[in-house]
Design a protein around this ligand. Structure first.
Ligand code: NAD
Ligand code: WQD
Length: 338
């Protein structure tokens, strides 16, 4: 029995596949390679001893997905596939709703038609919106999201809730990620954004390697210890290990479960710059800029539910996150090869 991993060649998916395979789980990857390179499949292969299947397919391709379910012995799904750039989603809302929401509807329907009712979904801390006060707990009200990307995550959570109500043979796990950074220890896998990075860590590593002149720190007048925004950064390998636990959970039960995957610690932008400079020995010049639209001052998790119910806890600290991000960037200045 295998786990089908949609978006398994992307940043979080590839790290998760390595941990699943090294835990002895059979894996089938589906990716349309819209936001990753095929060489990431080779990089996964080099880090694991177990073989795996992969398919180039769009999750919206109903016939293609159905054929994969008919061919492979799929027991459960980890669903990473989606578009994720907040700014781009404001420019292209229809593309985001089609890819993320419609893609998920097709996937769920194909799963149901093939008798597979176990799914782990990549949700996001963004569903907590602007008004909840950190530390964020899973029982807080969700919604009030400020951009189309975040709304796709909120809508998919609601769809999955309704699906479970309609048929409680489903086993659904919504994982709300905080801010994934870091890379595999080998330095061979990491985050490889197209164009100008939106997220903090890839921007920092590109400044450190000399691709960009300086970091813009978006605001230094928040109500935080140094005025810059505070987030809960989590090592991508810890996040990957959370998926191994979540897939075990959905395999052994039915129900709808929600877990935060974060460390429970908040670091400011300037804390991350300092930690990165210490871990890498590289300089990260920065300039203070205006606040970025839609940002909040502080966002971090209460991760205790995942510890109590999944037995999962993030183990890697901010220093290790910075070291590993830097190893990936410095060994692969241009990301994955074509
Ligand atoms: P990523 O872009 O690296 O990975 C997503 C993968 O899905 C890519 O390989 C892409 O080619 C593939 N994909 C996209 N649309 C597809 C489609 N229609 N059919 C098949 N494949 C498709 O992103 P990531 O950072 O690894 O994120 C994985 C998931 O986690 C996404 O759903 C994202 O929204 C969610 N998430 C990410 C973060 C983050 O900060 N990275 C935070 C919270 C949630
Ligand atoms: C972190 C901090 C910025 C870039 C986003 C999505 C969220 C989730 C994770 C997918 C903030 C500051 C950033 C820069 C900066 N993704 N910053 N200069 O905004 O917490 O979350 O990614 O689900 O949905 O919204 O992450 O990395 O963009 O920003 O000062 O060049 O770094 O203002 O305080 P964010 P981020």
């Amino acid at each position: 029995m295998a786990v089908l991993v949609t978006g398994g060649a992307g940043y979080i998916g590839s790290h998760t596949c390595v941990e699943l395979l090294n835990a002895g789980v059979d894996v089938v990857i589906v990716d349309n390679f819209y936001n990753c390179k095929k060489s990431s499949i080779e990089r996964i292969k080099a880090l694991v001893t177990k073989d795996f299947k992969w398919y180039e397919c769009d999750i919206r391709d109903r016939e293609g997905m159905d054929a994969i379910f008919k061919k492979e012995n799929i027991d459960s799904v980890i669903h990473f596939a989606g578009l994720k750039a907040v700014g781009e989603s404001v420019e292209k809302p229809l593309e985001y709703f089609d890819n993320n929401v419609n893609g998920t509807l097709v996937l769920l329907d194909v799963m149901r038609n093939n008798g597979c009712k176990k799914i782990v979904f990549s949700s996001s801390a963004t569903v907590y919106g602007m008004d909840n006060v950190s530390p964020l707990t899973e029982d807080m009200k969700v919604g009030g999201v400020t951009n189309p990307y975040g709304r796709t995550k909120f809508m998919i959570e609601e769809i999955m809730r309704d699906l479970y109500v309609s048929d409680n043979e489903w086993s659904i796990c919504l994982l709300r990620y905080f801010n994934p950074i870091g890379a595999h220890k080998s330095g061979t896998m990491g985050e490889d954004p197209n164009g100008i990075p939106n997220n903090l860590m890839p921007y920092i590593t590109q400044v450190a390697i000399g691709k960009r002149e300086f970091l813009n720190v978006w605001g230094d007048d928040y109500d935080t210890h140094d005025g810059s925004g505070v987030r809960d950064y989590i090592h991508v390998v810890d996040l990957a290990l959370g998926h191994v636990k979540a897939v075990e959970k959905v395999s052994g039960t039915t129900g709808l479960y929600i877990y935060n995957l974060g460390t429970g610690k908040g670091y400011s932008v300037l804390d991350v710059v300092k930690a990165f400079e210490k871990a890498s020995g590289a300089k990260v010049p920065y300039k203070i800029g205006p606040r970025r639209a839609g940002d909040i001052a502080t966002c971090y998790s209460d991760p205790s539910k995942a510890l109590n119910e999944l037995g999962w806890k993030a183990e890697r600290d901010i220093e290790e996150m910075c070291e590993d991000s830097w190893r990936w960037q410095s060994q692969n200045p241009n990301g994955y090869p074509d």
